[in-house]
Design a protein around this ligand. Sequence first.
Ligand code: DAH
Length: 560
Amino acid sequence: MRLLKTGAFVRAAQAAKFSVPSCSRIPISSPVTVPSRWASSQAQAQASPDEQPFPEQSVNLVNEVDPAKTAAASSQSGDHARFEKKLQELDLGNEIIRENGQSGAKILGAPYIFDQTSNLSSSILDLVGRNLYDHPDHPICITRKLIESCFEEPTYKHFAMGNPVVTVRDNFDVLGFPADHPGRSRTDTYYVNSTHLLRTHTSAHQNAAFQWLANNPSSKGYTICADVYRRDSIDRSHFPVFHQMEGARVWEAQRNRAAQIERNCEEMPKTGLVVEDQATDFTGTANPLQPEHNPDEVYQVARHLKLSLEYLVSRIFEASRQSLPSAARTDAPMQARWIEAYFPFTSPSFELEVLWHGGEWLELLGCGVVKQGILNKAGLNDHISWAWGVGIERFAMLLFGIPDIRLFWSTDPRFLKQFTRGKITKFEPFSKYPACYKDIAFWIKPVPSASSPLGSQSAHTTSGVAAAAGGDATKASPAETQPAAFHENDIMEVVRDVAGSLVEDVKLVDEFVHPTTGRKSLCYRINYRSLERTLTNEEVNGLHEEVGRRMKDLFGVELR
Ligand code: DAH
C-alpha cells in the first residue's frame, strides 16, 4: 500500500538525521479566522453538555508569499484585492479562476490565491466535497462504520473532517516531517499555495484532535475519517483521492500507569488471529522507544495498540467471511504479522500485514507510540498515546470484492444500488467494457524544471519506498540520470485532467537513452476503459491527442 511502505525510508531518514523546517510566513492580507471544520461525525457525535467545542483554527485563508515576492505583490495590491474579492464572490462550486496574470480557487466556499507552489487542477477540485464517507449506503461509509464500531464510545469519539484544505504546518511540520521528505514534493502533493495543501493524510488533524482530547478529558481517544489527496500513478488500486481513518488512545499521568494499561489490555476482546510479532524489541536504534518514556509503559502501550488493531482486523476478516456463500467459507484462521516501520510522528512504529483468505501478505496499516513532542504541543503533557492510520479503500476493496478503485466514485445506480448500510455484500460486476490501449512516446526535455520545492529529491530513490503521507521515492523520476525535467506523476496528472476516470491504468512500457545524444525517451501505455460504457474510437483518439498536446505544452516533451 502506497501509504505505508516505509522500511527503506527509515534507514535513509535515520542516516540523514533530518531537521524540521520552520515556516517563513508573511501574510499579505489580514488573517481570517474560520470556525474549525472539526465537525463531528453527524451520525455518531452528539456533543454532550460538558464537552468543549473543537479548537478554532486560526488560518490565513489567503495567500502568504515568500519575502522575495512581497515587493511585487504590494505594487499590485489594488489588483490583488480586486481579485481576492472576485474569488470571494464566486458561488459555491469549487472553481479555479485566472485573470490578468493572477489565479486562484474557491474551495468549499473559501478563496485562495495561487502562487508559484500551486498545482491544483479542476479535475481534482471536482472531487472535493463529495464526502463519500457520509453516505450511509456507500461502501466507504459502511467500512468506516465497521471500523468505528471497533473503537467504542465513550472511550473513543468519532470525527469526520469535511474540508481537505489544511496548512503545510499541520500536514507535515507539526508531525516532524523532514524538510526533504518526498511526500512534500509538488510532484506528489496537491498544493493550494505555499502554505496550504489538500491533506495527504488524516494525520494532518492529529494536532487538533489531541488538543480536543486535552479539553475533553472524559474521552480517551478518537477516530478521524476523511478524504485525502495524493498525486500518484493511475491503476486499479490508486486514485488521486482516497479515504483514510486515523485513531489514537491516550492515558493520562497516574500512579502505576503501566499496570493500568495492562489491565486495559486484559479487557480487550480475544481474537482468533494467528499472529507473529517481529517487532518487539525497542532497545536498539532500529525502532527505539523515546528517551522520555518509561519502558514498562511503552511495552504496555504497544501491546494495547497491537491488540486493538488485531481486533479491528479480525472483525473485518469475519465480516468478509460472513459475506461469502457458506460453501466458500473456510474455518482457517487469519494469519497476521507485525513488522517494524518508520513514521516521523511515532516511535516505536509498526505495520500490520495479513494473509487475506490464504492469498499474499498484504500491508494493512501503520501505527506506533506517538512522539511525546506532539502530545506536549497539544497540551497533553505527561500523557502517553498510541496512534494508527489505515486506508479505507484497501479494506473496502477486500470486504466488498471491488476490483477497481474508480468504482467508489461511480454514480451509476448499477454500482450504488448494490450496497446497504450495515451490510457487507460482494460486488457483482455489471459488465466489463472493452479496453483501448494507446501508446505515447516522447523525448524528455533535458533541462531541470523548478517543479520541486525540495530541490533535489533523488536522495531517497531507494527502491520500494512509498513513504508515509505520500511521496513514493521509487518514482522520483524515471530519468534520474537527467535533471528532473519530468516526473512520472506529471503524465498521470495530465491523463487524469484530460480523461478523468475513463483511464484504467497508465504504465511505462519502454525507456531508453539515445547512445549519441544522451537524450532519454519514454513510452507510456494508456489503457482507456470506462467502467460504465463502451468508448468510441473517435472519443479515445480525441482524448489521446489532447494528452500529447498538453505534455508538449506543459513539459516541453518532444513527441515521437
Ligand atoms: N499517516 C500515515 C500515512 O498516511 C499513516 C499513519 C501511520 C498514521 C502511523 C498514524 C500512525 O497515526 O501512527 O502513511
